[in-house]
Design a protein around this ligand. Structure first.
Ligand code: LLP
Length: 426
Protein backbone atom coordinates (compact mmCIF):
# COMPACT_ATOMS: atom_id res chain seq x y z
CA UNK A 1 0.00 0.00 0.00
CA UNK A 2 1.13 3.56 -0.66
CA UNK A 3 -0.02 7.17 -0.39
CA UNK A 4 -0.10 8.14 -4.09
CA UNK A 5 -3.76 8.49 -5.04
CA UNK A 6 -6.04 10.35 -7.42
CA UNK A 7 -7.76 13.29 -5.75
CA UNK A 8 -10.28 15.09 -7.99
CA UNK A 9 -8.87 13.30 -11.03
CA UNK A 10 -5.22 14.18 -10.41
CA UNK A 11 -2.44 12.14 -8.81
CA UNK A 12 -1.29 13.36 -5.41
CA UNK A 13 1.47 12.36 -3.02
CA UNK A 14 -0.44 12.31 0.27
CA UNK A 15 -2.30 15.66 0.03
CA UNK A 16 0.16 17.41 -2.30
CA UNK A 17 -0.59 17.62 -6.02
CA UNK A 18 2.17 16.23 -8.23
CA UNK A 19 1.26 18.87 -10.82
CA UNK A 20 2.15 21.55 -8.26
CA UNK A 21 5.50 19.91 -7.51
CA UNK A 22 6.30 19.61 -11.23
CA UNK A 23 5.48 23.24 -11.94
CA UNK A 24 7.60 24.43 -9.02
CA UNK A 25 10.60 22.07 -9.19
CA UNK A 26 10.49 20.92 -12.80
CA UNK A 27 10.90 17.37 -14.02
CA UNK A 28 12.24 14.72 -13.77
CA UNK A 29 11.83 14.63 -9.99
CA UNK A 30 11.54 11.86 -7.44
CA UNK A 31 8.72 12.37 -4.95
CA UNK A 32 8.70 10.42 -1.68
CA UNK A 33 5.87 9.94 0.81
CA UNK A 34 6.76 10.11 4.51
CA UNK A 35 3.50 8.33 5.34
CA UNK A 36 4.37 5.32 3.18
CA UNK A 37 7.90 5.09 4.62
CA UNK A 38 6.46 5.30 8.12
CA UNK A 39 3.75 2.77 7.40
CA UNK A 40 6.15 0.18 5.99
CA UNK A 41 8.62 0.59 8.83
CA UNK A 42 5.85 0.37 11.44
CA UNK A 43 4.33 -2.76 9.89
CA UNK A 44 7.71 -4.48 9.99
CA UNK A 45 8.47 -3.23 13.52
CA UNK A 46 5.11 -4.44 14.83
CA UNK A 47 5.53 -7.82 13.14
CA UNK A 48 9.02 -8.24 14.63
CA UNK A 49 7.83 -7.14 18.08
CA UNK A 50 5.22 -9.89 18.06
CA UNK A 51 8.01 -12.50 18.36
CA UNK A 52 10.31 -11.24 21.15
CA UNK A 53 11.23 -14.76 22.25
CA UNK A 54 12.33 -15.95 18.82
CA UNK A 55 13.76 -12.70 17.36
CA UNK A 56 14.98 -11.03 20.56
CA UNK A 57 13.39 -8.10 22.36
CA UNK A 58 15.92 -5.67 20.87
CA UNK A 59 15.79 -6.97 17.28
CA UNK A 60 17.21 -4.33 14.95
CA UNK A 61 15.65 -3.11 11.73
CA UNK A 62 18.49 -1.55 9.75
CA UNK A 63 17.35 0.16 6.54
CA UNK A 64 19.65 -0.72 3.61
CA UNK A 65 20.89 2.79 2.86
CA UNK A 66 21.90 1.76 -0.66
CA UNK A 67 18.19 1.63 -1.60
CA UNK A 68 17.59 5.31 -0.88
CA UNK A 69 20.28 7.37 0.78
CA UNK A 70 18.59 10.78 0.73
CA UNK A 71 19.36 12.41 4.09
CA UNK A 72 15.73 13.44 4.67
CA UNK A 73 14.47 9.94 3.90
CA UNK A 74 17.01 8.53 6.35
CA UNK A 75 16.05 11.14 8.96
CA UNK A 76 12.38 10.16 8.57
CA UNK A 77 13.26 6.54 9.32
CA UNK A 78 15.74 7.50 12.07
CA UNK A 79 12.97 9.26 14.01
CA UNK A 80 11.05 5.99 14.08
CA UNK A 81 14.00 4.17 15.64
CA UNK A 82 15.25 2.57 12.44
CA UNK A 83 18.93 1.66 12.08
CA UNK A 84 21.07 1.51 8.95
CA UNK A 85 22.74 -1.20 6.92
CA UNK A 86 25.68 0.47 5.17
CA UNK A 87 28.33 -0.55 2.65
CA UNK A 88 30.75 2.38 2.54
CA UNK A 89 32.16 5.21 4.64
CA UNK A 90 29.85 7.53 2.72
CA UNK A 91 26.78 5.55 3.73
CA UNK A 92 27.92 5.43 7.38
CA UNK A 93 28.38 9.20 7.27
CA UNK A 94 24.93 9.65 5.76
CA UNK A 95 23.39 7.50 8.50
CA UNK A 96 25.18 9.46 11.25
CA UNK A 97 24.25 12.78 9.62
CA UNK A 98 20.61 11.66 9.72
CA UNK A 99 20.83 10.99 13.46
CA UNK A 100 21.05 7.22 13.25
CA UNK A 101 23.38 6.41 16.17
CA UNK A 102 26.46 4.26 15.60
CA UNK A 103 25.08 1.44 17.70
CA UNK A 104 22.27 1.03 15.17
CA UNK A 105 24.58 0.91 12.15
CA UNK A 106 25.72 -2.34 10.52
CA UNK A 107 28.69 -2.16 8.16
CA UNK A 108 28.41 -4.73 5.35
CA UNK A 109 30.06 -5.07 1.96
CA UNK A 110 32.46 -7.26 0.07
CA UNK A 111 35.33 -4.77 -0.26
CA UNK A 112 35.81 -2.46 2.70
CA UNK A 113 39.11 -0.59 2.68
CA UNK A 114 41.37 -0.35 5.75
CA UNK A 115 40.44 3.33 6.02
CA UNK A 116 36.73 2.48 5.98
CA UNK A 117 37.18 -0.24 8.61
CA UNK A 118 39.11 2.22 10.81
CA UNK A 119 36.37 4.83 10.36
CA UNK A 120 33.65 2.30 11.27
CA UNK A 121 35.55 1.40 14.45
CA UNK A 122 36.07 5.06 15.37
CA UNK A 123 32.37 5.92 15.12
CA UNK A 124 31.39 2.78 17.05
CA UNK A 125 29.22 0.89 14.58
CA UNK A 126 27.16 -1.92 16.08
CA UNK A 127 28.83 -4.64 14.02
CA UNK A 128 31.01 -5.20 10.99
CA UNK A 129 29.89 -8.03 8.73
CA UNK A 130 32.96 -9.84 7.48
CA UNK A 131 32.80 -11.43 4.03
CA UNK A 132 36.17 -13.19 3.64
CA UNK A 133 39.29 -14.42 5.42
CA UNK A 134 41.33 -11.69 3.72
CA UNK A 135 39.02 -9.04 5.14
CA UNK A 136 39.14 -10.63 8.59
CA UNK A 137 42.94 -10.43 8.60
CA UNK A 138 42.89 -6.77 7.58
CA UNK A 139 40.33 -5.93 10.26
CA UNK A 140 42.45 -7.66 12.91
CA UNK A 141 45.42 -5.50 11.85
CA UNK A 142 43.35 -2.29 11.88
CA UNK A 143 41.78 -3.11 15.26
CA UNK A 144 45.13 -4.17 16.75
CA UNK A 145 46.68 -0.84 15.77
CA UNK A 146 43.89 0.89 17.68
CA UNK A 147 43.98 -1.56 20.62
CA UNK A 148 40.27 -2.37 20.29
CA UNK A 149 38.10 -5.43 19.58
CA UNK A 150 35.10 -4.47 17.41
CA UNK A 151 31.97 -6.63 17.18
CA UNK A 152 31.86 -8.70 14.01
CA UNK A 153 29.55 -11.15 12.31
CA UNK A 154 30.59 -13.57 9.57
CA UNK A 155 28.44 -13.35 6.46
CA UNK A 156 27.70 -16.89 5.37
CA UNK A 157 27.14 -17.78 1.72
CA UNK A 158 24.50 -20.52 2.03
CA UNK A 159 24.77 -21.52 -1.65
CA UNK A 160 21.15 -20.55 -2.15
CA UNK A 161 20.63 -17.56 -4.40
CA UNK A 162 17.27 -15.95 -5.08
CA UNK A 163 15.88 -12.73 -6.45
CA UNK A 164 13.91 -10.95 -9.11
CA UNK A 165 16.75 -11.07 -11.69
CA UNK A 166 20.04 -12.95 -12.09
CA UNK A 167 21.81 -9.62 -11.61
CA UNK A 168 20.45 -9.09 -8.10
CA UNK A 169 21.15 -12.56 -6.68
CA UNK A 170 23.83 -12.67 -4.00
CA UNK A 171 23.64 -15.98 -2.14
CA UNK A 172 24.59 -18.36 -4.97
CA UNK A 173 27.73 -20.51 -4.83
CA UNK A 174 29.55 -18.48 -7.50
CA UNK A 175 28.39 -15.09 -6.23
CA UNK A 176 31.18 -12.97 -4.75
CA UNK A 177 29.33 -12.45 -1.47
CA UNK A 178 29.91 -14.13 1.88
CA UNK A 179 31.98 -17.04 3.14
CA UNK A 180 31.09 -20.63 2.13
CA UNK A 181 29.73 -22.63 5.08
CA UNK A 182 32.70 -24.97 5.35
CA UNK A 183 35.04 -21.98 5.52
CA UNK A 184 32.78 -19.92 7.81
CA UNK A 185 33.16 -22.31 10.74
CA UNK A 186 37.00 -22.23 10.95
CA UNK A 187 36.94 -18.49 10.17
CA UNK A 188 34.65 -17.86 13.16
CA UNK A 189 37.01 -19.88 15.35
CA UNK A 190 39.92 -17.80 14.05
CA UNK A 191 38.01 -14.61 14.90
CA UNK A 192 37.30 -15.91 18.41
CA UNK A 193 40.98 -16.61 18.89
CA UNK A 194 41.92 -13.01 18.07
CA UNK A 195 42.05 -10.58 21.01
CA UNK A 196 41.20 -7.84 18.50
CA UNK A 197 37.75 -9.04 17.44
CA UNK A 198 34.50 -9.73 19.27
CA UNK A 199 32.53 -12.23 17.15
CA UNK A 200 28.84 -11.82 17.95
CA UNK A 201 27.16 -13.92 15.28
CA UNK A 202 26.38 -14.63 11.65
CA UNK A 203 24.83 -12.75 8.73
CA UNK A 204 23.17 -13.82 5.51
CA UNK A 205 21.59 -12.06 2.52
CA UNK A 206 20.74 -14.15 -0.54
CA UNK A 207 19.31 -11.65 -3.00
CA UNK A 208 16.79 -8.93 -3.68
CA UNK A 209 13.16 -8.73 -4.91
CA UNK A 210 12.56 -12.25 -3.58
CA UNK A 211 8.91 -13.19 -4.06
CA UNK A 212 8.78 -16.57 -2.28
CA UNK A 213 9.72 -17.41 1.29
CA UNK A 214 11.10 -20.91 0.59
CA UNK A 215 14.64 -19.96 -0.54
CA UNK A 216 14.99 -17.54 2.38
CA UNK A 217 13.75 -20.16 4.82
CA UNK A 218 16.21 -22.73 3.44
CA UNK A 219 19.08 -20.23 3.71
CA UNK A 220 18.16 -19.22 7.27
CA UNK A 221 17.95 -22.89 8.31
CA UNK A 222 21.45 -23.37 6.93
CA UNK A 223 22.70 -20.37 8.90
CA UNK A 224 21.00 -21.74 12.02
CA UNK A 225 22.87 -25.01 11.56
CA UNK A 226 26.14 -23.13 11.29
CA UNK A 227 25.26 -21.27 14.51
CA UNK A 228 24.49 -24.55 16.28
CA UNK A 229 27.73 -26.13 15.07
CA UNK A 230 29.68 -23.12 16.36
CA UNK A 231 27.91 -23.28 19.69
CA UNK A 232 28.68 -27.01 19.81
CA UNK A 233 32.34 -26.02 19.56
CA UNK A 234 31.85 -23.71 22.53
CA UNK A 235 31.70 -20.43 20.61
CA UNK A 236 29.17 -17.72 21.50
CA UNK A 237 26.66 -16.81 18.78
CA UNK A 238 24.37 -14.04 19.99
CA UNK A 239 23.09 -12.37 16.84
CA UNK A 240 21.74 -13.49 13.46
CA UNK A 241 21.50 -10.84 10.74
CA UNK A 242 18.92 -12.08 8.24
CA UNK A 243 19.64 -9.43 5.58
CA UNK A 244 16.94 -7.92 3.39
CA UNK A 245 15.53 -9.06 0.10
CA UNK A 246 11.76 -9.34 0.47
CA UNK A 247 10.09 -8.41 -2.82
CA UNK A 248 7.46 -5.73 -3.46
CA UNK A 249 4.49 -5.80 -5.88
CA UNK A 250 5.82 -3.85 -8.89
CA UNK A 251 3.07 -5.42 -11.03
CA UNK A 252 0.37 -4.95 -8.40
CA UNK A 253 0.68 -8.66 -7.52
CA UNK A 254 -1.45 -9.74 -4.58
CA UNK A 255 0.21 -13.13 -4.03
CA UNK A 256 3.52 -11.93 -2.54
CA UNK A 257 4.44 -13.03 0.98
CA UNK A 258 3.18 -10.45 3.47
CA UNK A 259 5.45 -8.77 6.00
CA UNK A 260 3.71 -10.83 8.71
CA UNK A 261 4.29 -14.12 6.84
CA UNK A 262 7.94 -13.23 6.28
CA UNK A 263 8.57 -12.33 9.91
CA UNK A 264 6.62 -15.37 11.16
CA UNK A 265 8.84 -17.57 8.97
CA UNK A 266 11.97 -15.95 10.45
CA UNK A 267 10.60 -16.49 13.97
CA UNK A 268 9.87 -20.13 13.16
CA UNK A 269 13.40 -20.75 11.91
CA UNK A 270 15.03 -19.03 14.88
CA UNK A 271 12.68 -20.53 17.47
CA UNK A 272 14.54 -21.84 20.53
CA UNK A 273 17.94 -20.58 19.32
CA UNK A 274 17.97 -17.59 21.68
CA UNK A 275 19.57 -15.05 19.38
CA UNK A 276 18.83 -11.43 18.58
CA UNK A 277 17.79 -10.96 14.95
CA UNK A 278 18.59 -8.08 12.65
CA UNK A 279 16.78 -7.21 9.41
CA UNK A 280 18.21 -5.16 6.54
CA UNK A 281 15.23 -4.21 4.37
CA UNK A 282 15.79 -1.69 1.60
CA UNK A 283 13.23 -2.10 -1.14
CA UNK A 284 10.51 -3.20 1.28
CA UNK A 285 10.56 0.14 3.10
CA UNK A 286 11.31 2.53 0.24
CA UNK A 287 10.15 1.21 -3.16
CA UNK A 288 6.46 2.03 -2.93
CA UNK A 289 7.22 5.23 -1.02
CA UNK A 290 8.50 6.96 -4.17
CA UNK A 291 7.50 7.87 -7.72
CA UNK A 292 9.52 9.42 -10.51
CA UNK A 293 7.64 12.35 -11.96
CA UNK A 294 8.34 13.07 -15.62
CA UNK A 295 6.91 15.11 -18.49
CA UNK A 296 6.16 13.89 -22.00
CA UNK A 297 8.46 15.77 -24.40
CA UNK A 298 6.66 14.50 -27.48
CA UNK A 299 4.95 11.51 -29.04
CA UNK A 300 6.82 10.08 -32.04
CA UNK A 301 4.26 8.39 -34.23
CA UNK A 302 5.76 6.12 -36.91
CA UNK A 303 4.04 5.29 -40.18
CA UNK A 304 4.07 1.57 -39.26
CA UNK A 305 1.95 2.33 -36.21
CA UNK A 306 4.69 2.19 -33.55
CA UNK A 307 4.41 5.04 -31.11
CA UNK A 308 7.23 6.26 -28.88
CA UNK A 309 6.36 8.25 -25.78
CA UNK A 310 9.51 10.37 -25.36
CA UNK A 311 9.89 11.37 -21.71
CA UNK A 312 12.17 13.91 -20.08
CA UNK A 313 13.33 11.17 -17.67
CA UNK A 314 16.02 8.87 -18.99
CA UNK A 315 17.97 5.81 -17.93
CA UNK A 316 20.35 8.16 -16.13
CA UNK A 317 17.46 9.05 -13.78
CA UNK A 318 15.94 5.56 -13.44
CA UNK A 319 18.42 2.80 -14.31
CA UNK A 320 16.47 -0.27 -13.20
CA UNK A 321 14.76 -1.07 -16.53
CA UNK A 322 18.05 -0.74 -18.46
CA UNK A 323 20.09 -2.68 -15.89
CA UNK A 324 17.71 -5.42 -14.79
CA UNK A 325 14.87 -5.29 -17.33
CA UNK A 326 12.83 -4.09 -14.37
CA UNK A 327 9.15 -3.24 -14.66
CA UNK A 328 7.84 0.10 -13.38
CA UNK A 329 4.19 0.94 -13.86
CA UNK A 330 3.64 4.30 -15.53
CA UNK A 331 0.52 6.35 -14.89
CA UNK A 332 -0.65 9.72 -16.21
CA UNK A 333 -0.82 12.32 -13.45
CA UNK A 334 -4.14 13.58 -14.85
CA UNK A 335 -5.59 10.65 -16.80
CA UNK A 336 -7.53 11.61 -19.92
CA UNK A 337 -10.70 9.82 -21.06
CA UNK A 338 -10.22 7.77 -24.21
CA UNK A 339 -9.18 4.45 -25.64
CA UNK A 340 -6.13 2.68 -24.25
CA UNK A 341 -3.32 2.11 -26.74
CA UNK A 342 0.28 0.83 -26.89
CA UNK A 343 3.27 3.11 -26.35
CA UNK A 344 7.01 2.40 -26.21
CA UNK A 345 8.26 4.40 -23.22
CA UNK A 346 11.66 5.93 -23.89
CA UNK A 347 13.98 8.58 -22.52
CA UNK A 348 16.04 11.18 -24.38
CA UNK A 349 19.46 9.52 -23.85
CA UNK A 350 21.55 8.49 -26.86
CA UNK A 351 21.57 4.79 -25.99
CA UNK A 352 19.28 2.04 -27.20
CA UNK A 353 19.03 0.76 -23.60
CA UNK A 354 17.28 4.02 -22.73
CA UNK A 355 13.92 2.34 -23.00
CA UNK A 356 11.62 1.81 -20.04
CA UNK A 357 9.03 -0.47 -21.68
CA UNK A 358 7.62 -1.66 -25.00
CA UNK A 359 3.94 -1.74 -25.92
CA UNK A 360 2.65 -0.37 -22.65
CA UNK A 361 -1.12 0.10 -22.75
CA UNK A 362 -1.94 3.66 -21.68
CA UNK A 363 -4.76 6.16 -22.07
CA UNK A 364 -4.19 8.97 -24.63
CA UNK A 365 -1.11 11.09 -23.87
CA UNK A 366 0.21 14.29 -25.44
CA UNK A 367 3.31 16.45 -25.34
CA UNK A 368 3.47 18.31 -22.04
CA UNK A 369 1.52 15.70 -20.04
CA UNK A 370 2.88 14.65 -16.67
CA UNK A 371 3.40 10.98 -15.91
CA UNK A 372 4.72 9.07 -12.90
CA UNK A 373 6.74 5.87 -12.71
CA UNK A 374 5.46 4.04 -9.64
CA UNK A 375 7.42 2.07 -7.01
CA UNK A 376 10.56 4.06 -7.79
CA UNK A 377 11.57 4.94 -4.21
CA UNK A 378 14.19 2.19 -3.93
CA UNK A 379 17.26 1.96 -6.19
CA UNK A 380 15.97 4.94 -8.16
CA UNK A 381 17.66 8.26 -7.33
CA UNK A 382 20.66 6.45 -5.78
CA UNK A 383 21.54 4.94 -9.15
CA UNK A 384 21.09 8.21 -11.07
CA UNK A 385 23.90 10.01 -12.87
CA UNK A 386 24.55 13.07 -15.00
CA UNK A 387 25.15 11.03 -18.16
CA UNK A 388 24.68 13.12 -21.30
CA UNK A 389 25.33 16.14 -19.02
CA UNK A 390 21.81 16.04 -17.71
CA UNK A 391 21.53 17.71 -14.28
CA UNK A 392 21.17 15.19 -11.47
CA UNK A 393 17.48 14.38 -10.87
CA UNK A 394 15.79 16.37 -8.06
CA UNK A 395 14.16 14.81 -4.98
CA UNK A 396 11.11 15.97 -3.00
CA UNK A 397 9.73 14.68 0.29
CA UNK A 398 6.03 15.03 1.11
CA UNK A 399 4.54 14.91 4.58
CA UNK A 400 0.75 15.34 4.69
CA UNK A 401 0.07 18.66 2.98
CA UNK A 402 3.67 19.89 3.32
CA UNK A 403 6.51 19.22 0.94
CA UNK A 404 10.18 20.06 0.67
CA UNK A 405 12.88 19.87 -1.97
CA UNK A 406 15.33 17.48 -0.32
CA UNK A 407 17.81 17.43 -3.21
CA UNK A 408 17.61 20.38 -5.57
CA UNK A 409 18.46 19.93 -9.21
CA UNK A 410 21.95 21.42 -9.71
CA UNK A 411 22.33 24.38 -12.06
CA UNK A 412 24.77 24.05 -14.95
CA UNK A 413 27.08 26.47 -13.13
CA UNK A 414 27.07 24.19 -10.08
CA UNK A 415 27.86 21.24 -12.30
CA UNK A 416 30.79 23.01 -13.96
CA UNK A 417 32.05 24.28 -10.58
CA UNK A 418 32.80 20.68 -9.59
CA UNK A 419 35.27 20.50 -12.47
CA UNK A 420 37.85 23.27 -11.99
CA UNK A 421 40.29 24.08 -14.79
CA UNK A 422 43.30 21.79 -14.68
CA UNK A 423 45.95 23.04 -12.26
CA UNK A 424 48.89 20.81 -13.03
CA UNK A 425 50.48 19.29 -9.94
CA UNK A 426 53.64 17.90 -11.47
N1 LLP B 1 21.61 -6.31 2.87
C1 LLP B 1 22.59 -6.55 1.99
C2 LLP B 1 23.85 -7.14 2.47
C3 LLP B 1 22.40 -6.26 0.62
O1 LLP B 1 23.37 -6.52 -0.25
C4 LLP B 1 21.17 -5.68 0.19
C5 LLP B 1 20.94 -5.35 -1.23
C6 LLP B 1 20.18 -5.43 1.15
C7 LLP B 1 20.43 -5.77 2.50
C8 LLP B 1 18.84 -4.83 0.81
O2 LLP B 1 18.11 -5.65 -0.03
P1 LLP B 1 16.59 -5.30 -0.35
O3 LLP B 1 15.80 -5.45 0.92
O4 LLP B 1 16.52 -3.93 -0.85
O5 LLP B 1 16.20 -6.29 -1.39
N2 LLP B 1 19.87 -2.32 -7.43
C9 LLP B 1 19.09 -3.54 -7.42
C10 LLP B 1 19.06 -4.18 -6.04
C11 LLP B 1 20.43 -4.47 -5.49
C12 LLP B 1 20.39 -5.01 -4.09
C13 LLP B 1 21.76 -5.13 -3.51
N3 LLP B 1 21.79 -5.56 -2.15
C14 LLP B 1 17.69 -3.22 -7.93
O6 LLP B 1 17.42 -2.09 -8.28
O7 LLP B 1 16.85 -4.12 -8.01
Amino acid sequence: MNHFDLIDGALHAERVSLERIATTVGTPTYVYSSATLTRHYSLLRQAVDRHPKQLGAGALIAFAVKANSNLSVLATLAKLGCGADTVSEGEIRRALASDIPGDRIIFSGVGKTDAELAFAIDVGVRQINIESGAELDRLIAVAAAKGVAPAIAIRVNPKIGAGGHARITTGGETDKFGVPIEEAIPLYARAIASPHLTPVGLACHIGSQITALEPMEAAFRTVRQVAETLRGQGHPVERLDLGGGLGVPYHGQTDLPSIDDYVAMCARVLDGLDVEAAFEPGRLLAANAGVLLSRVIQVNQRADGRRFLVLDAGMNDLMRPALYEAFHDLVPVTPREGEMGPYDLVGPICESTDIFARDRQLPPLRAGDLVAFLSAGAYGAVLSSEYNSRPLVAEVLVDGDRWAVVRPRPSYDEMWAREPKAEWLE
